[in-house]
Each structure stands twice: as structure tokens, then as C-alpha cells.
Write a protein that binds this ligand. Structure first.
Ligand SMILES: *Cc1c(COP(=O)(O)O)cnc(C)c1O
Length: 389
């Protein structure tokens, strides 16, 4: 059996090596390292794939979130609601911009921000909601967009983990995550579903004016050379990363299918095992009556495959897996409201029952495009042996 990796970037590279190598060489030969034609072509190709009017590439997913908030003109004191159970980047940029983060609880089944908790957190100072499509599945965008409309709030989708996923609205319309809110961010960190070979990110929006503003913000606040109209940042996707992303984008659906195939095998192995709860997949909605993880529906792209271990043995299981050469991860072990940097008297433990439960139960298994059956059998057997013994 091949050594099991949490993410296998080498196996994936082997399949696109020729194209990646030759396009990287072309960038080097052209010396158009910054803002070269590869960046422009990638931008256009991603706009088409997502069916979104504007993609603005930038340096990483954290910048993308920050720039989206700067582009919307959010100001110190404005309150921004986001999930307590997510990666810190989301709350970090809110705090950096001197906006006020308002962390709210998530839902037990989807791990995503709870619309009821959003409603309760709204005050006259609330300006925006940042749903994170955690682990590759969309937050409830029907409800979130309705809440935003009612209270006149912006919706900034953090799509770093959800790229390629579909969201099916209650009315039957389907859109890609990241093309639904007023603006969205994503990350091309190597281990993301669409990852480059360094750092990268992008902002998406369907709003022409906002796109114009953001194109200036990413470039030192310049709309005309050496005229700085707003305070901006320097945040660029470089041409070599764009070349890698151009090689991978046409394969993104295939990659996400491979992740779903692995998730399906995991689910099947765990389905009857006590104390293991497999990830809930919402919106299975391709028209056929099924209750599986469907490539046509494409509503979960499994950035992570995350189980809940409900017998209190999560940490022991993680140790057991490591002892057996199986990498695993706990995303996330500490709620954001308990982190030293983001603690605040405003927060009340009683408001975060689900996050406080999930941090003790979740464990993410190896998930990538190159998992083979032997590896999955070994992983599931090792998990089941331990949990049932
Ligand atoms: C990865 C990630 C980010 C940050 O992306 P970087 O490119 O590493 O800055 C932001 N939000 C979420 C939910 C992420 O998973």
C-alpha cells in the first residue's frame, strides 16, 4: 500500500506534469511574472466556470476576505457576523480592519453557520454576514440571503473550502458557491480543492462597481497610474501560480468527483457503526430520488471528510490513527470565541453549544484526489476496530 497522506499533491501533479512544467517554463521565458497573460486568462476561465461576472485574483484567501471588506467600505465599529467554528482567517481580517466581529454558533449536521443564530445577533450596527462554506458544503444561502435582504446587510461568502460546489436554492435554481452573495473570497493554498504551488486567492462578485473598486484596492488604491484614490494593499496572484491554476481548473470537477468517490466509500464503511456520525450532505437534488453523495448534484466537494466521534474517544482515535501511519486532523480544536486574540466579554458560553460540542467530536480523515481502495480499506478498518473495541 502507498503511504497515506492527508493531502497527496504529488500524485495529482504527476497527471498534469507536462502541462504544468511547460506553462511554468513559458512564464519564465516570457518574464511576465506579475500580471502576465496567464493571470488574465485564468481570471476569464474562472469567471466562466463559476458563472460570475468578475474574478479579481489576489495573493491569498485571507487577503481576499480583507479586500472584499475594504471594497464594501466597511468602517470601524461596523459589526460583521461570522461562524464561531471556522479557520481564524475569517475573524482575523474583521478584527484587523477594526470592524467588530460577532461570532455565532453553527449547525450540528452541516457544521455551517446557523441562520437562527445570525438573526439573534443582528443589531443596528450590523453591516455584513460572512458565511463560510465549511469543509466543502454550502451554508444555507436561501436563509442567509433572505436575512441579509430584510436587514440590508452585505453577504461575503468565504468560499476557500467550497470551490466548485453547487448550491441549489429552494426555488430550484442552482448556482456555484461564491457566486451567490454580494462578494466572495477563495484561497488557492496548495491543499485547497483548487490549489496552486504557492499562495494565491481571488475575490468574486457580480457587481460591476464593486469589482472596479476592488481592482483598485488590490493595487495600492490606484485607478490611474500613480493616482492613489483610496488606501489599498498590494495583493497579486503571480503568473506562475496562475499557470498552475490554469492547468488544474479544467480538472476541478474531476478532482471533486474523486473526493466524493472517496467520501462515498468512507460513508459506506461507517454507516452502521455506533458512535461514528458521517457527514451530512444537504441538497441532494438532481431529480432522482436518492440519498447518496451525487456527482450530478455536486453539493459537497469534501474539502474535508469530517466524522463526529460521539463516545468521547476522539483524541484517543487520533492518536491510534497516527500510531498506525494514518494522518488525520482536528478542524477545529478551539472555538474562535475562546481564542486569546478574539475573546470578548460580549460572548456567553451558552450561545455556542454546538461549536463547544463539535470541537470535542470532529476528526477529519485523509481526503484528496489520489486515495485508492487499499488505503481507504485500511483507514476505515483501523477507525472501526478502534471505535468498536
Ligand atoms: C484556507 C482558508 C482561508 C485562508 O486562505 P489563505 O490562502 O491561506 O490565506 C480562509 N478561510 C477559510 C475558511 C480557509 O479554509
Amino acid at each position: 500500500m502507498k503511504k497515506i497522506q492527508m493531502v497527496d499533491l504529488k500524485g495529482q501533479y504527476a497527471q498534469i506534469k507536462e502541462q504544468v512544467d511547460s506553462s511554468i517554463h513559458n512564464v519564465i521565458n516570457s518574464t511576465a511574472f506579475i500580471n502576465g497573460p496567464e493571470v488574465h486568462s485564468f481570471q476569464k476561465e474562472l469567471e466562466e466556470y463559476l458563472d460570475v461576472k468578475h474574478v479579481i485574483p489576489c495573493a491569498n484567501g485571507t487577503d481576499a476576505l480583507q479586500i472584499a471588506m475594504m471594497g464594501l467600505g466597511l468602517e470601524p465599529g461596523d459589526e460583521v457576523i461570522t461562524a464561531d467554528f471556522t479557520f481564524a482567517a475569517t475573524v482575523e481580517v474583521i478584527a484587523l480592519l477594526r470592524l467588530t466581529p460577532v461570532l455565532v454558533d453553527v449547525q450540528l449536521d452541516s457544521f455551517n453557520i446557523d441562520p437562527e443564530a445570525i438573526k439573534k445577533a443582528i443589531t443596528p450596527k450590523t453591516k455584513a454576514i460572512v458565511p463560510v462554506h465549511l469543509f466543502g458544503q454550502s451554508a444555507n444561502m436561501d436563509e442567509i440571503m433572505a436575512i441579509a435582504k430584510e436587514h440590508n446587510l452585505y453577504v461575503i461568502e468565504d468560499n476557500a473550502q467550497g470551490i466548485g460546489a453547487n448550491y441549489k436554492f429552494d426555488n430550484g435554481k442552482v448556482a456555484k458557491t461564491g457566486a451567490i452573495g454580494h462578494v466572495a473570497s477563495t484561497s488557492f493554498f496548495p491543499s485547497k480543492n483548487l490549489g496552486c504551488y504557492g499562495d494565491g486567492g481571488a475575490i468574486f462578485t457580480n457587481d460591476d462597481d464593486l469589482a472596479h473598486t476592488i481592482r483598485g484596492v488590490v493595487n495600492h488604491g490606484m485607478y490611474k497610474r500613480y493616482h492613489h484614490d483610496v488606501v489599498g494593499v498590494n495583493s497579486r496572484l503571480d503568473s506562475i501560480q496562475a499557470a498552475v491554476l490554469r492547468a488544474k481548473l479544467p480538472n476541478l470537477d474531476t478532482y471533486n468527483n474523486a473526493r466524493r468517490a472517496a467520501a462515498r466509500k468512507y460513508n459506506k464503511a461507517f454507516e452502521e457503526i455506533d458512535n461514528i456520525i458521517t457527514p451530512n450532505v444537504k441538497g441532494n437534488s438532481c431529480g432522482t430520488n436518492h440519498n447518496t453523495i451525487c456527482d450530478t448534484c455536486n453539493c459537497h466537494v469534501f474539502h474535508q471528510y469530517t466524522l463526529r466521534i460521539t463516545n468521547g474517544k476522539r483524541d484517543a482515535l487520533a492518536q491510534h490513527l497516527n500510531d498506525n501511519g494514518i494522518p488525520c486532523g482536528v478542524y477545529y480544536p478551539i472555538p474562535l470565541h475562546s481564542q486569546k486574540a478574539y475573546k470578548d466579554d460580549r460572548y456567553n458560553e451558552a450561545d455556542f453549544p454546538i461549536t463547544n460540542q463539535l470541537i470535542k467530536e470532529v476528526i477529519s480523515l485523509p481526503m484528496h484526489t489520489e486515495l485508492d481502495d487499499d488505503q481507504i480499506d485500511f483507514i476505515t478498518k483501523t477507525v472501526i476496530d478502534f471505535v468498536t473495541k
